[in-house]
Design a protein. Structure first.
Lengths: 250, 250
């Protein structure tokens, strides 16, 4: 069972999959991961039993791994199965997506076939704005909206590509292909950029290398989006493989 | 009345607003402008009486004006009120949009308020693909889909910005603000880039400088899209002012 969450009075922000609480240290927030699942801009809603704990555990492991590779992350420590403390940051309202293989909206919007291996990783920016349904941003639109400075945009893209290299290598050890994933970043009071949010089967497309069937191979939230069944079991497998890889290589 | 169009056997392409016919010279096509109007990816359909003739006349005038400024265009000559001959080109399946003031999908997708003056003209690319509903393209997606080469993308953007300067100046003489517009380009057999398609109230947002009311000032297809009435009259006014400006300054 999840730990009792902090009192409502400390709640700072509630998103679709996580709640952020203030702590006694104003530079630290507590993140509680929920079992709630949403898709298609929250038009589809459900619960995935144990998701909060699994995603928290997977994200904690991946943040720790990335930190060993020199990536600054907001992660401090996992305080309960579904809870972690993180640095309080000013979140940049941009979702940075890295794509190695065509899937999801890239296919719908370009006509590229699902599974097309991209000649090089594609970094894309989306406006983190529920009312506007998280639209794709060109770099010009991102700058026009003052969501980040030109040098921050470059830094975001470079960090995202570096993280893609580390995560692709890591998931290969798990016998998993990292198809694409979404990152969020935040700035500390000194303006330093940190990886924030989470990295989990909610935010990555992960395909099992030991499966060739296009439905059976799916280990991520697409199982929920597409009603493929076995959602919790897939997340459980990802968690097991991630923890095993961490244990073997650390 | 429009001239009798050429025989069906010569039809090379029928779009929403124009039909292209082959001619005896394979390097030349005949374009016939239709009164048909569509909006919202052809979900809304209608007719605007006289539109074919007005758009053909406006486009012919603007193509001639741009040619005098050194812009290579596909226009050869207006052969009838609703017909013009043009160079046969390999059309690049990209719509190049230049925006001076926020309107339309830019507002819907970014939350910018209608009428926001942009700090500098915004050049955007859209995939000319009805099935995909002409989606916005980042430069990376445009290149990924091999719709143009990197140097062609640069050339498209530069030409579009230059055309924007010329057209903005021209429409100012007409007491009209050029809010935004869509261009298409094509390549001749030698790979030289030409401005193609049309420039008309179907493809531009034009606001009457002598009106401040946000509905009364609209002189373009938004009158049709938004059921503002007086569509043909607005096109007629644009045609009159364009021809007057051409007569005064040429």
């Amino acid at each position: 069972m999840p730990e009792t969450p902090p009192s409502e009075t400390a709640k700072r922000y509630e998103g679709k999959a996580k709640i952020l609480y203030a702590t006694e240290d104003e530079s630290v927030l507590l993140t509680v991961f929920k079992d709630d699942a949403t898709a298609f801009n929250a038009l589809k809603r459900g619960q995935i039993t144990g998701k909060g704990q699994m995603n928290c555990t997977i994200a904690a492991a991946l943040f720790k791994y990335l930190a060993t590779q020199g990536i600054p992350t907001h992660f401090i420590t996992q305080t309960a199965p579904d809870q972690m403390t993180v640095k309080a940051l000013q979140i940049i309202p941009v979702e940075v997506v890295v794509r190695n293989i065509a899937a999801g909206s890239l296919c719908r919007q370009t006509g590229l076939e699902l599974g097309t291996i991209l000649p090089q990783p594609l970094v894309e920016f989306y406006y983190k704005n529920d009312d506007l349904q998280d639209p794709l941003l060109t770099r010009d639109r991102l700058l026009l909206l003052n969501l980040a400075t030109p040098s921050q945009v470059e830094e975001l893209a470079q960090m995202a590509l570096q993280i893609n290299q580390y995560l692709t290598t890591f998931f290969k050890r798990c016998n998993v292909t990292l198809v694409d994933f979404k990152l969020e970043f935040g700035l500390d009071p000194q303006g330093m950029l940190y990886l924030a949010d989470e990295i989990s089967p909610d935010t990555c497309r992960l395909w099992d290398d030991s499966e060739t069937d296009p439905e059976r191979r799916v280990m991520d939230k697409d199982r929920f989006r597409q009603d493929l069944g076995g959602v919790a079991a897939a997340y459980q497998t990802v968690q097991e493989r991630v923890l095993q890889a961490i244990a073997q290589f650390s």
